[in-house]
Design a protein around this ligand. Sequence first.
Ligand SMILES: NC(=O)c1ccc[n+]([C@@H]2O[C@H](COP(=O)([O-])OP(=O)(O)OC[C@H]3O[C@@H](n4cnc5c(N)ncnc54)[C@H](O)[C@@H]3O)[C@@H](O)[C@H]2O)c1
Length: 366
Amino acid sequence: MTEIRVGVIGCGGIASSTHAPNYLKVPGVTLVACADVDLSRAKAFAKRFNIPSYYQDYREMLDRESLDAVSVCTPNRFHKDPAVAAMKAGAHVLVEKPMAATLSDAVEMWRISKETGRVLIVGFQSRFNPSVVTLRDIVSSGELGSVYYARALHLRRWGIPSSPTFIDVDLSGGGALADIGCYAVDTAMYVLGFPEPETVVGVTYTKFGRNPEYAGVGCWGSKWRVEDFKVEDMAVGFVKFENGLSMIIETSWASYIGKPAVFNVVLLGDRGGAQMEPLEVYRGMTLEEYRRLSYGPLNLVAKPVSSFPRLDVYYLRIARFVESVKLGKPLFSPADEGVKVQAIIDAIYRSAKLGREVEVQKPWKS
Ligand SMILES: NC(=O)c1ccc[n+]([C@@H]2O[C@H](COP(=O)([O-])OP(=O)(O)OC[C@H]3O[C@@H](n4cnc5c(N)ncnc54)[C@H](O)[C@@H]3O)[C@@H](O)[C@H]2O)c1
C-alpha cells in the first residue's frame, strides 16, 4: 500500500484540532473525504484542510471513496454505526475514546473488526506518554513484586465540557467517567497487563453540573443550561480482579482538589510501589543499603525514574495508526482492550444505578 486514502467522520473539535492536521503531516497519506451530519461543518472542514470531497452522509462517502482508513470523531453514541460501516466497506478504523457509549456497541465493533479483518484502534493517545510506557515496563519486569492494589485517577478541579456531545447522555452515554475516566481505566489496565476484572462497586455524583450557581462558569466552550446536564460529573469505582488485585477509580470534571488536574496511576506491590506522574518507584532498601545505613528495611527509598520530554502524543497516535493500516494489524490500543475498558465503565454505571456490587460482563470469555 503506497498511498493511504483517509476519510474523517465527524468534523468537530477533535477532528479539526488533532486528526486532520496530523494526517497532513504523515508522509504517504491523503485526506480524500470527510462527512458530518451538519453539512456546513463538513464543508468548512474540507476547505480548511484542503480535502476534495465532503458529505452529509458517511455511508455515501464510504460507497464512493474506496477509503483505506477512517477516523471516527463523532459523539460516543455514534461511534458504533460509522465504525461498523467503515470496516464493512473495507477501511481500517481509528475510533475516538471512549470506544463506544455502551458495552454492547463496543462488542459489536470488535466482532465486526474480527469478521472483516480490519484494524480497529481506540484512540487513547495517553498510551504514548513515556511515563505510561515506562511504568508498564517496570510492572512487567517484576520490580514491584506482585501488584495488589492500584489507584487510577483522572480528576479536574474545574473542567466541565459544556457541549451536548459530552453532557447530553443520549450523545455521550455518560459524563466524567465516559469522557476522562476512560483514560484512567485504560492506562491502569494497560500498565497492569489487562488483568481479569471480576466485580465492581460504583457510585456517581452530579454535584456541579445541575447546580445553577456553577453551571457554565469558568469552563471552556459555551455555557450550558442546568436542565440540559444529563450526566454525572464525578464517578468512583472499586474493582476486584481474579488475581486478588483491587483498584479504585476516581474521576471528576469538577471537585475541590489542590491541583487544577490529576491524572495518575498509583500502584502498590509487595516488593515496591510506584506512581505515574511524576514517575517514581518506591522500594525497600537492599540488604547492602540496610547494613550500611542501619535503617530498618521498611524505610523506603524513593527513586525518581527520570523526567521525560513532552511528546506530541496526538501526532504519534495518527502516525502509529497509519503504520497499523499499512501492516494490517493494530500497533496500539486494539479493540479487544477497548472492550475490556468499556466493560469496567459499564460495570461502574450499572452498579451506581442498582446501588449494589455487580459482576463485570466479560464478552471476551464467551
Ligand atoms: N482524544 C481526545 O483528546 C479527545 C478530545 C475531545 C473529544 N474526544 C472524543 O472525540 C469525539 C468527538 O468529540 P468532539 O469534541 O470533537 O465533539 P464535537 O461535538 O466538537 O464534534 C462532533 C461532530 O460529529 C458530528 N456528528 C454527530 N453525529 C454524527 C453522525 N452520525 N455522522 C457524522 N457526523 C456526526 C457533529 O455534527 C459534530 O460536528 C468524542 O467521542 C469525544 O470523546 C477525544
